[in-house]
Ligand binder design. Structure first.
Ligand code: EPZ
Length: 428
């Protein structure tokens, strides 16, 4: 049974500030969740110790640690934000545990286990509220590398005496498929070419991490990645870079509630799409090397948003940004191109007083500005959860947000950091 969450996930009671600007001070950004999870998984590509620093202390990181432990990896916390990983000679090859089922990111372990042990079994990663999350891109690629795939009612079994290099065109620029196959290819003898890859910064960081300890990966960050592989890496260590999605979420919070808010430990060069959208809405942004100072105009302008693969507007920032669009004076068009079911939360914003017309599973029209009223809400996924937290701070009156386990999955103690700059959020 998956360990229960370590963080008490009681509901949040959030004070609404009726549209006033009240946040001021410094808001620190933590290490990138969507890199940390892959770096943890990458530890099974090494024969020796791997140390990861500046890890975000979030539920998903602890879940990945549990998963790795269940495979036989020794996981030790050696500092507040540092963990050491040491794989056994032979890894457990069964990812059918409850922990893996609830956890889409567990998919990145499949290829490396298959390459190391010649087999892996895993349950079909459950869909979630944002979409059915198929894995056809993964299965197609593993078969091209020589694996035999058998699917059972609830799980898959992949077997391969020896995987071989291949030239693989990904049907979709899937982020975790790109990462999984890049990691798998590190252990596969020969040359693997991956085409139509995702270009997210986390993929570049993963290649940088692996290359600094003996891997030979070229092209990460472009649509074509070439890997020359065939042996375990020795030892490694890496510092997790800042979370561009958390930083982007905080930039939106600052635009709505910031009096004089500085977001620090971030990398603005990875946030250009959302910062550009904020500037189009009339927000004034001062850049430092690793910080942003956000100044809000009296009136926000409407902005049309279309989510795209990186470097386009990140789908993970669609929900937080929609809250800002409810406060913009005019009509904004929202077009979610990446997931087929990631607009569900908009009906909750309407129940708070927003004026949003959902046209189809991908598109909505948001009219503003509208006064939001606090209410009881249920966080459906971590990014919509952050959006509800933002809307609750903008609203008139208090709100209760339930199921904040979702928020704790991706934002480390977010209420402590927001309260430190003027918010009033309590776990009740
Ligand atoms: C990663 O998910 C992120 N998760 C997501 O962040 C992020 O929203 C997403 O990339 C897009 O940027 C992690 O890195 C752990 P995809 P991933 O495969 O890799 C379809 C968050 O909030 N697809 O790029 O699972 C898929 O259904 C999370 O931190 C297939 O059809 O996303 C989706 O519509 C949410 N077949 C599209 O591709 C496949 O085999 C893009 O998904 C794989 C994906």
């Amino acid at each position: 049974m998956a360990k229960k969450s370590r963080i008490k996930s009681m509901p949040f009671l959030v004070k609404g500030f009726s549209g006033k600007k009240f946040l001021s001070g410094e808001l620190p950004v933590r290490g990138a969740k969507n890199f940390a999870l892959k770096a943890q998984a990458a530890s099974i590509l090494f024969g020796g110790d791997v140390v990861l620093r500046n890890m975000p202390l979030i539920e998903d990181v602890f879940k990945m640690n549990d998963l790795l432990s269940s495979l036989g990896v020794a996981v030790d916390r050696i500092g507040n934000r540092s963990f050491r990983f040491k794989s056994p000679r032979n890894l457990e090859t069964n990812l059918n545990t409850d922990a893996a089922k609830l956890f889409r990111a567990s998919i990145v372990l499949t290829g490396p286990i298959l390459a190391r042990e010649g087999r892996v079994s895993f349950s079909h990663p459950g869909g979630c509220v944002i979409g059915k999350r198929p894995i056809d891109v993964f299965l197609d690629a593993f078969q091209k590398m020589g694996a035999k795939a058998r699917s059972f009612k609830k799980s898959y079994l992949l077997e391969a005496d020896k995987l071989h290099g291949a030239d693989i065109f990904l049907k979709l620029p899937s982020v975790t498929a790109t990462e999984t196959l890049m990691m798998t290819a590190v252990l596969v003898k020969g040359v693997t070419i991956l085409r139509n890859c995702a270009c997210e910064p986390e993929i570049v960081s993963l290649a940088e991490f692996l290359n600094s300890f003996g891997a030979d990966i070229k092209g990460a960050g472009t649509h074509t990645i070439v890997v020359k592989g065939g042996r375990l890496l020795k030892n490694g260590f890496f510092k997790i870079p800042p979370d561009r999605i958390e930083a982007g979420s905080f930039a939106v919070v600052a635009a709505l509630c910031g009096k004089n808010l500085r977001i620090k430990n971030c990398d603005p060069s990875q946030m250009m799409a959302v910062l550009r959208a904020l500037e189009d809405a009339g927000v004034n942004i001062e850049f430092d090397k690793d910080a942003l100072l956000i100044k809000t105009p009296r009136v926000l302008k409407p902005v049309d948003i279309k989510t795209r693969e990186y470097p386009g507007f990140a789908t993970d920032l669609q929900a937080p940004f929609s809250v800002l669009l409810t406060q913009a004076a005019g009509r904004s068009l929202l077009f979610e191109t990446v997931f087929e079911n990631r607009l569900g939360y908009l009906s909750d914003l309407n129940r708070m007083g927003a004026n949003i017309l959902v046209c189809d599973p991908h598109r909505a029209v948001i009219n503003g500005p509208t006064k939001l009223r606090g209410r009881d809400m249920e966080s459906p996924d971590l990014r919509a959860g952050l959006a509800f937290l933002t809307a609750a701070m903008v609203a008139e009156g208090d709100s209760v947000i339930n199921n904040i386990y979702n928020i704790d999955r991706g934002y480390e103690k977010v209420e402590e950091r927001l309260n430190a700059v003027g918010a009033e959020i309590k776990r009740i």
